[in-house]
Ligand binder design. Structure first.
Ligand SMILES: NC(=O)c1ccc[n+]([C@@H]2O[C@H](COP(=O)([O-])OP(=O)(O)OC[C@H]3O[C@@H](n4cnc5c(N)ncnc54)[C@H](O)[C@@H]3O)[C@@H](O)[C@H]2O)c1
Length: 273
């Protein structure tokens, strides 16, 4: 049976591409989001959530079985809600018995880009609450499951966090987002250090400018930057580019690598002269 992968923010964009890719790689994928956009990601079927009744596999086992349909299991809810996060982890463990992969992809940008001197506590709390606090405590809850489960081929789990070029680059028009992503990068380091001895690797994928709903607000600006040569690989990034990187970090290929950052930004991070 395939590894059990929990992907947050899987309802559209990068998360949907990650869910599709991990499903195609043979994982049993559970996606979580506030809502699921039609036509994005694998063929979603609802996972029994708050009152977990394990769905029957085709062979009559209580855990969902692998099949060729490409289906994956969706859970709808708000990751900023601590009780929902606990229910989610309990429901996945009830259905599958383990969690092998966690991809912390759900995230929001500042609702309004604007002057640093005008940022409100409400906007700060919203972005930090979803991007950083929810990532911290979902990771903690899943890590508790991972360290307690039997290893498979020496691995208890793989965790991948979605950072951003704003993990290191200052954008004064969205301080909340920058600080949240810098925090996510540090979460990657501290969880990697803590969990390495338990057979759990923790790595970060750091996208540049990916064409999704999140970047639609600045589409013209980024297109002009790409045309002007700001990105050595002169095109928009695609959700599948990020999904490829996540798949590699969850594969058996990088068994001696943890706490690593994989830039998926067309070379944007390179200092150039
Ligand atoms: N698009 C880019 O250029 C880019 C660049 C760097 C990093 N990222 C990061 O990649 C990740 C995915 O971005 P995207 O471009 O696909 O964005 P997106 O807005 O298209 O998708 C994000 C998904 O997360 C979900 N989400 C947000 N808050 C949630 C919550 N409280 N509970 C559950 N789900 C929630 C949204 O509903 C949405 O489906 C984010 O963490 C983002 O910060 C994106």
């Amino acid at each position: 049976m395939g590894r059990v992968a929990l992907v947050t923010g899987a309802g559209r964009g990068i998360g949907a591409a990650i869910a599709s890719r991990l499903r195609a790689d043979g994982c049993r994928v559970v996606g979580v989001d506030l809502a699921f956009d039609a036509g994005q990601g694998p063929a979603w079927v609802p996972l029994p959530g708050r009152a977990p009744a394990p769905p029957l596999g085709h062979d009559g086992e209580s855990a969902p079985a692998d099949d060729a349909s490409g289906r994956a299991w969706s859970v709808t809810g708000d990751l900023a809600d601590a009780a929902f996060r606990d229910d989610l982890v309990a429901a996945v463990v009830a259905a599958f018995g383990r969690i092998d992969v966690l991809v912390n992809n759900a995230g929001v940008s500042a609702a309004k880009r604007g002057d640093l001197l005008e940022v409100t506590p409400e906007s700060w709390e919203r972005v930090l609450g979803i991007n950083l606090t929810a990532t911290m405590f979902l990771t903690q809850a899943v890590a508790r499951v991972m360290v307690a489960q039997e290893p498979v081929a020496g691995r208890r789990g793989d965790i991948v966090n979605l950072g951003s070029l704003n993990s290191w680059m200052a954008s004064p028009d969205r301080v909340e987002y920058c600080v949240s992503k810098a925090g996510v990068s540090m979460l990657t380091s501290v969880f990697a250090a803590r969990l390495a001895g338990d057979g759990v690797r923790v790595n970060e994928v750091r996208p540049g400018v990916i064409e999704t709903a999140m970047t639609a607000v600045a589409h013209d600006k980024y297109s002009a930057m790409i045309e002007a040569g700001a990105f050595p690989i002169a095109r928009w990034g695609r959700p599948a580019d990020v999904a490829d990187a996540v798949a590699v970090l969850c594969s058996t290929e990088l068994a001696y690598t943890t706490g690593q950052v994989l830039h998926v930004d067309g070379g944007f991070h390179l200092p150039r002269l």
